[in-house]
Design a protein around this ligand. Structure first.
Ligand SMILES: [Fe+2]
Length: 285
C-alpha cells in the first residue's frame, strides 16, 4: 500500500501529472483557496439543504440508490446552478493543465463529464469499488486515458467521515484484478483540496462512521470530447442557461464542435455545419 502523493495546486502542473500518471491518483492541495471555498460553500448551502436524502425510486435504476445509499444528499447538474463553479472551478488552470496533458493526446477537445455535489451523512456505507470509466464499459481494453476525475473536499475529509478510498497504482492493473482492503488508502485532506484521479483508478467513497459529521464533496470529471457524457449537459444546462456564460465554459460544457479534421478524422456535434458556440455568439442559438 502506497500513500497518495500530495502536490500543491500552486506548483507546476507537471508535478501533478507525474504523480497522477504514476499512481493513478494524487492529492492536489488547496485547489480551491480559502476565499473560493467559502464562497462556493455559501452558494451550495441552500441547494444542499433543499436536497432530500431519502431513497428516490425515480432514479434511472435502483442500483443508483443502492450505490449512493440513503444518507446522501445530491446536488446534480451543478454547472447550471452555480456561477462560481462555471466561472472559477470548471476552467480552473489545474484542471485544464492536467486535462491538456492526460486527455489532449486522445481528442480534439475535452468536456465536462459530470459536476455533482455529494453530501454524505453519518451511516453512509463504503461504495463498491469501481473505476469511473466503467460508464463506457463497451470501450475495449486497453485504451488511452479517456477521463480525468476528481473529488473536491468541501469540508475536511477524514478516514472516519468517508474520505474517498483509492487503490494507488490500480491504473496499471489488468482490468480483471480486484482491489482488496489492503490496497486502499483514504484521501484524507483539508477542505479545498481535491483527490484527482484517472478514470482507470479503482476507488470508492468511504464509509461515514462519525456520529454527526456530514462529508460534503464534489465529484468533477472531464472526458474526451467524442464520448457521451454521464450527465446530459445539454438538458441539465440548456442554451437559455449557457448563453450568458463565457465562451470557454460553453465549450467545456460540450457545446463546442469536436473537430478532428486536422487529425485526419471528421467532426462531431455541429448544427447547420457550424460550431454551436459560434451560433450562440451570433444569437442564432
Ligand atoms: Fe467513482
Amino acid at each position: 500500500m502506497t500513500a497518495l502523493q500530495r502536490v500543491p495546486a500552486s506548483g507546476p502542473v507537471d508535478a501533478i501529472v507525474d504523480a497522477l500518471t504514476a499512481d493513478g491518483a494524487v492529492i492536489v492541495e488547496d485547489l480551491l483557496d480559502a476565499d473560493l471555498l467559502a464562497r462556493f460553500n455559501a452558494e451550495l448551502d441552500p441547494l444542499v439543504a433543499a436536497a432530500q436524502p431519502e431513497h428516490d425510486t425515480k432514479f434511472l435504476n435502483e442500483a443508483i440508490a443502492w450505490f449512493f445509499g440513503q444518507q446522501t444528499r445530491h446536488v446534480t447538474g451543478v454547472a447550471a446552478k452555480s456561477p462560481i463553479f462555471v466561472n472559477e472551478i470548471l476552467p480552473h488552470p489545474v484542471y485544464l493543465g492536467v486535462c491538456d496533458a492526460v486527455l489532449g493526446p486522445s481528442c480534439a477537445r475535452y468536456q465536462l463529464n459530470i459536476a455533482h455535489v455529494l453530501d454524505r451523512g453519518p451511516g453512509s456505507e463504503q461504495q463498491f469499488l469501481h473505476r469511473d470509466e466503467a460508464v463506457w464499459v463497451h470501450l475495449p481494453n486497453p485504451h488511452p486515458e479517456i477521463q480525468l476525475a476528481s473529488v473536491i473536499a468541501l469540508v475536511d475529509f477524514t478516514a472516519d467521515n468517508g474520505a474517498t478510498r483509492v487503490a494507488p497504482g490500480s491504473n496499471h492493473w489488468p482490468a480483471d484484478r480486484v482491489a482488496t482492503d489492503d490496497d486502499l488508502v483514504p484521501a484524507e485532506m483539508r477542505a479545498g483540496s481535491a483527490v484527482v484521479y484517472l478514470g482507470s483508478a479503482i476507488h470508492a467513497g468511504g464509509a461515514n462512521v462519525t456520529a454527526g459529521e456530514r462529508r460534503r464533496g464534489m465529484h468533477v470529471s472531464y472526458c474526451v470530447g467524442w464520448l457521451r457524457t454521464e450527465e446530459n449537459q445539454y438538458l441539465s444546462a440548456p442554451p437559455d442557461v449557457v448563453r450568458a456564460m463565457p465562451r470557454q465554459s460553453q465549450e467545456l460544457l460540450g457545446y463546442a464542435a469536436h473537430d478532428a479534421l486536422m487529425s485526419g478524422g471528421g467532426y462531431l456535434g455541429v448544427v447547420d455545419l457550424r460550431d454551436p458556440v459560434d451560433l450562440i455568439a451570433d444569437g442564432h442559438l
